[in-house]
Ligand binder design. Structure first.
Ligand code: F6R
Length: 605
């Protein structure tokens, strides 16, 4: 949430910042702004409500030579979306950008008597004014004293008016990375903004002050002791973060799913069986727990729902799925015998991180399934299972969901083996079926144009319902989220048998119902539920296995998945549901990759 970029070096800073903000825009896109030191050491600020493109237009005629500056793209928390509330904020000698939330900003306004001096409605400006109050020429002292005053989460990037070529950074919780190469030093919210320049970077450690100079970066703790940061390397290149000919990142990422699945699964196979020794995940954490608690948000949580529906019946111990933002406030039943599986694409979602910290405090071992290397969740977990999806830029998650599922399937299989629930031969069969899901995903992609007709029906609807039973219900939850977040159509997912207990009252002539019926053992029951909505006028878009017996009168459109086994239909079904949402949004002319009110990485509570 909110994107930060800072640069000092030999390159044209305006160009570096605007390009960086375009890369980071998926983190928040309400407004954007930059601050630069000109070659005459004047401070220049431009900030605009709206997308980065509006800021770029506003900067088109800016004739300034600058080699040092900071930039920000905002997802509003405190104060409306307007030019004044956009970052950077200036207070005396301080220019500041911020990602996070200053929780005690009301107290700070009173304590520092700021009520009459504030020009914006933001918590960030309050932090800038406190920093300016403490700044008497020593940036480190001012930062130290300010951070002592502040409670909340923050990644700050600061310029001081009388230090023209340096940028100072400090963070608590909110992410920030830094890198130095021959052309200068960079700081950013994530690596997508610095990957055009270098693939070596470090995660700025919490509560340490980082100074960016043209010729290098130094890190010190709050007592002034030098710190050597741990360098990391990005395993993907700049091409991976481009659209590569697709009209949207989302469509590109949907098409990357077969590769993402292969990259996540195959390195963990040893002679056809799952093996996590390279990940450093010991079998004992899978065999010794007496329950599993999966914790995540949004799409990652829905991957967890599939994981529960798959794993619990196999390993026969309780598996719960928990909404991270609720988990920490409900005294969860987590102890030393619990394996907590945390799922997060970004590895920075603050609710998930808080749940992780609480779980560890309760004595649980935490295994996280994370896509972004070196992210906070990865670093704070006992064990990490990295998914290898590459960068996911579209705000709506697709390929990350797919590999989160694959990870849960692998973990489920290994757990069943080490707990004696799967023989070696069961595990081999399971894995070979998992691998067969990849061509099934490919075949849905090859036939995707057929889905456009269904999307054209959805595009005209105000409401849509997704129904299924068992695993199909778990898939439906994600299908419904995908549709609502990018097409703004009100969508609900229901366990099909539950409709008649209330929701069926909402079905009227032509209400779209996406019915997922791929589970043999309850197929007949699901069909009965589908007939119930059909009888009330629903427009039914049905998804079944290829070999299902389907009578013509139960659906208006019918799509099939080429997977014969109940447990593995999710992979191609997910692609159908993603594409339905994608085409619907596109047909409505919406901003598919950057839906309103959302941001990619949710780093505020
Ligand atoms: C929806 C979506 C979100 C994320 C959720 C968790 O398409 O992307 O629901 O899944 O915000 O994010 P991560 O996985 O980064 O923790």
């Amino acid at each position: 949430m909110c994107g930060i970029i800072g640069y000092t070096g030999h390159l044209d800073a305006l160009h570096v910042l605007l390009n960086g903000l375009e890369q980071l825009e998926y983190r928040g896109y309400d407004s954007a702004g930059i601050a630069l030191f000109s070659s005459g050491n004047d401070r220049f600020i431009m900030k605009k409500a709206g997308p980065v493109a509006t800021l770029k237009d506003a900067c088109a005629d800016v004739d300034i030579i600058s080699h040092c500056g900071i930039g920000h793209t905002r997802w509003a928390t405190h104060g409306g979306v307007n030019d004044t509330n956009a970052h950077p904020h200036i207070a005396g000698k301080v220019t500041l950008i911020h990602n996070g939330i200053i929780e005690n900003y009301h107290n700070l306004i009173e304590r520092f008597g700021l009520r009459d001096s504030l020009v914006s409605e933001t918590d960030t400006e309050v932090a800038a004014r406190v920093l300016d109050y403490y700044y008497k020429g020593d940036p480190y002292e001012a930062i130290r004293r300010t951070t002592r005053e502040i409670t909340g989460s923050y990644a700050f990037c600061i310029m001081f008016e009388d230090i023209h070529d340096q940028i100072f950074c400090v963070r608590n919780v909110s992410p920030m990375v830094a890198a130095h190469m021959k052309d200068g030093s960079f700081v950013a919210s994530d690596v997508t903004a610095i990957i055009p320049y270098t693939n070596r970077y470090f995660v700025i450690p919490e509560y340490q002050i980082v100074t960016l100079r043209q010729d290098g970066i130094s890190v010190q703790d709050l007592n002034g002791n030098p710190v050597e940061p741990e360098m990391l390397e990005v395993s993907w290149n700049v091409e991976a973060a481009k659209k590569n000919g697709y009209p949207h990142y989302m469509l590109k990422e949907i098409h990357e799913q077969p590769d993402a699945l292969r990259n996540t699964i195959t390195p963990r196979l040893n002679d056809g069986l799952p093996d996590f020794s390279e990940d450093g995940i010991p079998d004992r954490i899978l065999s010794s727990c007496d329950k599993i608690a999966i914790v995540a948000c949004g799409t990652a949580m829905y991957a967890g729902m599939v994981g529960k529906a798959l794993i619990e019946p196999i390993i026969k111990i309780p598996v719960s799925v928990n909404i991270a933002s609720e988990f920490r406030y409900e005294n969860p039943l987590v102890d030393e015998k619990t394996l907590v599986i945390v799922i997060s694409q970004s590895g920075e979602t603050i609710d998930t991180l808080a749940a992780l910290r609480l779980s560890r405090k309760c004595g649980a071992r935490v295994l996280s399934i994370v896509n972004v290397k070196g992210s906070t969740i990865a670093r704070e977990s006992n064990y990490v299972f990295y998914t290898h999806a590459g960068p996911e830029i579209a705000v709506a998650s697709t390929k990350a969901y797919m590999v989160q599922l694959a990870s849960l399937y692998l973990i489920g299989c290994r757990t069943a083996m080490v707990r004696g629930k799967f023989s070696e031969s069961d595990a081999r069969t399971f894995i070979s079926r998992l691998m067969d899901s990849i061509p099934a995903v490919q075949s849905v992609l090859a036939d995707k144009d057929r889905l456009k007709a269904a999307a054209s029906v959805l595009a005209k609807a105000q409401d849509a319902f997704f129904v299924g039973r068992g695993l199909d219900y778990a898939f439906s939850l994600e299908g419904s989220l995908k549709l609502k977040e990018i097409s703004y159509i009100h969508a609900e997912a229901y366990a099909a048998g539950e409709l008649k207990h209330g929701t069926i009252a909402l079905i009227e002539e032509n209400t779209p119902v996406i019915a997922v019926a791929t589970q043999d053992k309850i197929y007949g029951k699901t069909v009965s539920n589908i007939k119930e909505v059909k009888a009330r006028g629903a427009f039914v878009i049905l998804i079944t296995k290829e070999n299902a017996e389907v009578s013509e009168d139960i659906s208006d459109m019918h799509f099939t998945v080429p997977v014969p086994y109940d447990q593995f239909t999710v992979f191609p079904v997910a692609v159908i549901l993603q594409l339905l949402a994608y085409y619907t949004s596109d047909m409505k002319g919406l901003n598919v990759d950057k839906p309103r009110n959302l941001a990619k990485s949710v780093t505020v509570e």
